[in-house]
Design a protein around this ligand. Structure first.
Ligand SMILES: NC(=O)c1ccc[n+]([C@@H]2O[C@H](COP(=O)([O-])OP(=O)(O)OC[C@H]3O[C@@H](n4cnc5c(N)ncnc54)[C@H](O)[C@@H]3O)[C@@H](O)[C@H]2O)c1
Length: 275
């Protein structure tokens, strides 16, 4: 999608961090944005920032893990925006149990938020996008953790196993969806950022549903110094959508890690066929 003027976008998780940066950048590029978030105040804050910058946006409250709530958001989008051309989901959570210690409840929580939320968001909006016949672009959120498997020594002792499993699943979902929807003129891109300004350490616990144990204490506000400003990331995403990139990758300094993983993988071809 090269032109965002006159286009309509929905960002589920748009009240903070990565989603907020994308909502701001889409509006800056000329799109009208519906900011969906489980936290009405966060969604309203993003809308206010868009308004201050001269853009057009509306806020809606949505539980991005609930098919009925997403169906209601799709109906609101049809009323408020008309056709939806850009659909973004950035819902996610963070916690760091070691893989053998992760409970059934933690696995289910991660599965719902990282994988089922984008799947349910696409399923709620795709019929409308297809019916509009105007093409479109879907964005799902993986991570650099969807491209790598980082040992605790690489992460300062933090277990990223459950998160990494889910982000690999989102990679596969987004990439396969891209193949399936390409013939219909609907593009799909997968976000694979490194550290971007966001608040997942706090929002994960704040919005943990009762079915997964209810609200949990914050793991800390914000991101460590050096995180990419979320608007900069949003602008990169807009550039990637214009160029119809499959993946959106941020920090070039992580490239050697990705190359090392590929070398490890490829070395097993040599192991399998030594001659
Ligand atoms: N920030 C980073 O460095 C980074 C890096 C890689 C990947 N990611 C991924 O980006 C996504 C967003 O991370 P972030 O750092 O921007 O987090 P964030 O906490 O800043 O933003 C998440 C937003 O989602 C909302 N939300 C939570 N539960 C929701 C629900 N059920 N329905 C709708 N909205 C809900 C929150 O209220 C919040 O506004 C996650 O999937 C995360 O894994 C983030």
């Amino acid at each position: 999608m090269e032109q965002f003027e006159g286009r309509n976008a929905v960002v589920v998780g748009g009240g903070s961090g990565v989603g907020q940066g994308i909502a701001l950048a889409l509006a800056e590029a000329g799109a009208r944005v519906l900011v969906g978030d489980i936290d009405p105040q966060s969604a309203a804050d993003t809308v206010a920032r868009i308004g201050e910058a001269g853009g057009r946006a509306d806020a809606a409250t949505v539980d991005g893990t609930d098919p009925a709530s997403l169906a209601a958001l799709a109906a609101v989008a049809a009323d408020v925006l008309g056709p939806v051309h850009v659909l973004v989901n950035t819902v996610g959570v963070i916690a760091d149990p070691a893989l053998p210690d992760a409970t059934e409840e933690e696995w289910a929580w991660f599965h719902e938020f990282h994988l089922m939320s984008p799947i349910r968001t696409v399923n709620a909006f795709l019929p409308g996008m297809r019916a509009n016949g105007e093409g479109g672009h879907i964005v799902v959120t993986s991570s650099m953790a969807g491209l790598l498997a980082m040992s605790p020594t690489m992460t300062g002792g933090v277990n990223t196993g459950v998160y990494t499993v889910m982000k690999h699943a989102v990679m596969a979902y987004g990439e396969m969806l891209r193949y399936e929807l390409e013939p219909e003129g609907i593009a799909v891109s997968v976000l694979c950022p490194g550290m971007v300004e966001g608040n997942l350490g706090a929002t994960s616990g704040r919005h943990r549903p009762e079915r997964f144990g209810g609200p949990a204490p914050s793991r800390g506000e914000g991101m460590p110094p050096g995180a990419m400003p979320n608007l900069d990331f949003g602008r990169l995403v807009v550039r990637a959508l214009r160029a119809n990139r499959t993946f959106v990758i941020t920090h070039p300094e992580t490239r050697p890690l990705l190359e090392a993983r590929q070398r490890l993988l490829l070395s097993d071809f040599e192991f399998a066929s030594p001659d």
